[in-house]
Every structure is written in structure tokens, then in C-alpha cells.
Design a protein around this ligand. Structure first.
Ligand SMILES: [Zn+2]
Length: 256
């Protein structure tokens, strides 16, 4: 299995990162993609990859919750870093209006510029979209004709939202712990998405699946998500593992 979204580089794992990595490997996780948050987190991503170069790939981007008035300067400083290392994606980027709509305009502009990086460098995007599907689809719509490939990370939506996203592009959907929550709309959305457009993710340390809900999430728990997915799709864990791994390898240029 591939965990396509983990913040294992964050301080929550400073005391036991090697053990967390070991548990992931024992659970069948062969590779992990780390999305960036801001300028300060870049070094943490690079340091983590140095520890497990064969098992970790990196994305570079400015997280929507980090976007402020200085977003353009921040991206000016981030862009040269694209040249200095090898990146599997641009992310995580997007729009988040859950807590605060103050920076909507800046978030849309930052997303547009970073999607431009995807086009220029033929890299996929990792989209973070919360309470902002109209706005994200608006920005993506500007790339018609040269649409980059990408994933809607931590997708929690309805079958109707799957259809709306597909009108804009044939994207992938990152499915994590929310699938296992009682009130989730994902069991109805999964067959509409289809296994061939699903990638697994944890978003660790957040979003731990049942039976770990409320605890710190870690990559080993993608196995719980995969098992739950197999039940909902009427298939087995082996099939979910095989197809979602193929999907992640098709989407991201990772050495596996
Ligand atoms: Zn994330």
C-alpha cells in the first residue's frame, strides 16, 4: 500500500518516527508521500526523506491555511526550491474556508500560481479543499486544455460532488480515515469514484480511522482504511492494495 498523504515529518512524530515507520512497513506500506505546508517545513520534509530515501517522496507547495498577504513573496522564495530537489507533486495546495474566509482571494491566486508550476513541470497536484469546492473548481477550470493531473486529498464528499469534479477533470480521490466514520457519505461515493481512481492516505497525524479514532494517526492505519474500503466495494484487501498502489504509481513520479 502507498500512503499518499502523511505529515510524518511534523513534531508530533519527533519522539518515535523510526518506530512509526517500522509499524507502517510491517502493515504493508511500501511508500509514503509527504505534502509540504510552508517555507519552514521544507527542511523537515528533506530531513525525513534522507532517513528513508527509498520509501518517501515529497511534494512542495504552500498549504491554503498558510496563505496570507505575503503569499506572493512566499511563493517567490519557494519556487527556486523546485529546482534543487526532486519532487513528486505540488502540494498541498488549495482553498480552505472552514475557519476563516478572510484570505479567499489570496488562496485562489496562490492556487492558480502553483497549478501553473504543475503545468510547467508536468507534476501532479495534491489539492486540499474544505468548504470550497466551487472556488477550487473555478481555479482548476482556468486550466482547461492544459489540465494537470492530481488528487483531491482527504475527499469526504457525496456522489454528486464526485460528478461535479469530473466535469472539470479526470482526477484521483484520496480516501482516508473519514471512510470509517459512522456519518460518512463516502460509502455511497466510493462506487461512483471507482477503485481505479482511488488512492489511499492517512493525513497523519490527523483523521485516524476507526478503531483508532481520536488518537494520533499513522501510516500503518491505512490498512484499516483499505479493509473498510474492500468491504464497501465488495472486494478483498489484496485487490484494494494492488489497484490503489498502481493508481498512486501512475499519478506520482515516485521511485518504487
Ligand atoms: Zn495534509
Amino acid at each position: 500500500m502507498i500512503d499518499t498523504h502523511s505529515h510524518i515529518y511534523s513534531a508530533e512524530f519527533d519522539n518515535d518516527r523510526p518506530q512509526v515507520m517500522q509499524r507502517a512497513i510491517e502493515a504493508g506500506v511500501t511508500h509514503i508521500v509527504l505534502p509540504n505546508e510552508n517555507l519552514e517545513s521544507v527542511q523537515r520534509l528533506l530531513d525525513t526523506q534522507v532517513q528513508w530515501p527509498d520509501r518517501i517522496s515529497l511534494a512542495l507547495g504552500l498549504h491554503p491555511e498558510e496563505v496570507r498577504d505575503d503569499w506572493s513573496d512566499v511563493l517567490d522564495r519557494m519556487e527556486p526550491i523546485l529546482e534543487r530537489h526532486s519532487w513528486a507533486a505540488i502540494g498541498e495546495v488549495g482553498i480552505d474556508l472552514y475557519w476563516d474566509k478572510t484570505w479567499l482571494h489570496q488562496q485562489m491566486q496562490a492556487l492558480e500560481r502553483q497549478l501553473g508550476w504543475c503545468v510547467d513541470r508536468r507534476l501532479p497536484f495534491i489539492i486540499h479543499c474544505r468548504e470550497a469546492l466551487d472556488e477550487v473548481l473555478d481555479v482548476l477550470g482556468q486550466f482547461r486544455g492544459q489540465m494537470p493531473q492530481g488528487v483531491f486529498h482527504c475527499f469526504t464528499g457525496t456522489p454528486h460532488e464526485v460528478d461535479r469534479i469530473r466535469l472539470v477533470g479526470d482526477f484521483y480521490f484520496g480516501i482516508g480515515g473519514v471512510l470509517t466514520f459512522k456519518k460518512s457519505t463516502l460509502p455511497e461515493a466510493l462506487p461512483v469514484i471507482g477503485l481505479d481512481r482511488i488512492v489511499l492516505e492517512t493525513d497523519s497525524p490527523y483523521m485516524a480511522p476507526v478503531p483508532h479514532r481520536g488518537q494520533r494517526n499513522e501510516s500503518a492505519y491505512v490498512a484499516d482504511v483499505a479493509r473498510c474500503m474492500a468491504t464497501h466495494l465488495g472486494t478483498d484487501l489484496g485487490e484494494v492494495d494492488r489497484v490503489t498502489t498502481d493508481n498512486a504509481l501512475r499519478l506520482f513520479p515516485i521511485q518504487h
